[in-house]
Design a binder for this molecule. Sequence first.
Ligand SMILES: *Cc1c(COP(=O)(O)O)cnc(C)c1O
Length: 362
Amino acid sequence: MKYNRSYNFSAGPAMMPEPVLEEIALEVMNYNGSGMSVMEMSHRSKMFIDIYDQAVADLKALMNIPDNYKVIFVQGGGTLQFAMVPLNLMKNGVACYVETGSWSKKAIAEAKKYGEVKVVASSKDKNFTYIPDCSDLDIPENADYVYICENETINGTTYSKLPNTKGHVLVSDQSSMFLSRPCNVADYGLIWAGVQKNVGPAGMSVVIVREDLLRDDLDPKCPIYCSYKTHADADSMYNTPNCWAIYCCGKVFKYLLDNGGLEAMNQKNIDKAAVLYNYLDQSKFYNAPVAKEDRSLMNVPFTTPSAELDAEFVKESKKVGFDNLKGHKSVGGLRASIYNAMPKDGVEALVDFLKKFEEAHA
Ligand SMILES: *Cc1c(COP(=O)(O)O)cnc(C)c1O
């Protein structure tokens, strides 16, 4: 408790690793002898280009990204990707989407502006509390891609097995699970992630795209900024990038590499999530609605027996140093986001609080 920081269970922007924040704090007045912070530095300077190159190299090492994929950093957050994906990948004007909750619904609504969208599977019938069977989807021959939200941040679900796309390009929104576990990049045509969930500060997405999907024959009305090729050709420096986010994310990539990489992170995340789910499951007071096999290790939605008690829970938990446990306004209830940077201590402390609250209110 060196800095008196709270246990922050926010879904995003969310916690960053403390050693990374300490390094950033040390460097904020004078980065590496430059006499300035990275916030004040030209993106064309050698020093910043080195920061950029190192961040890309570290991400490639961390995820074992094959050589035929490009890594780009794009501003605009996750929401811009809902448009950029169809703008760039709809060649025939047809795409398949799996509807698993709030973020896939937003992606579907946006994609419909650009072409024909076929919802090939949905878990709407049970309020998005599970991942539908995607082993035999009805995918039209001319579909340009199959799109999933691999971890639904609000609904708390994740895929244990990727859809069978029958040879079509798989596109995945990994925003709230990016770098939480090993990922075989070759299974995807494109992966994107808004970084403020599991990596760094808000305002940027990482896009990992297979080179053959980069096109220069887009609709001429497509903004230059919205073409992946613009960013790929310019190494994310077509215009001024989000230098600060690139720098902070680079630090997190390095930190993960130094701490055992994604295998180690996955093991920690499994252990951490088990502490919380095990408690919720044995309790008759709390309810964790998501089907066991489809539960997210990152976002854990749960409820007490009533909306009044949920509100009371938020109030009391805040008093003792737990922040952001309120569920998303669209679904209500409670939610604990326990990303990479949340220590196991934090989850154990939360479970202690859950016990006390249950004893007081059951
Ligand atoms: C947060 C989130 C988004 C949207 O990100 P913004 O940066 O707020 O636009 C998209 N997809 C998922 C899965 C998210 O968790």
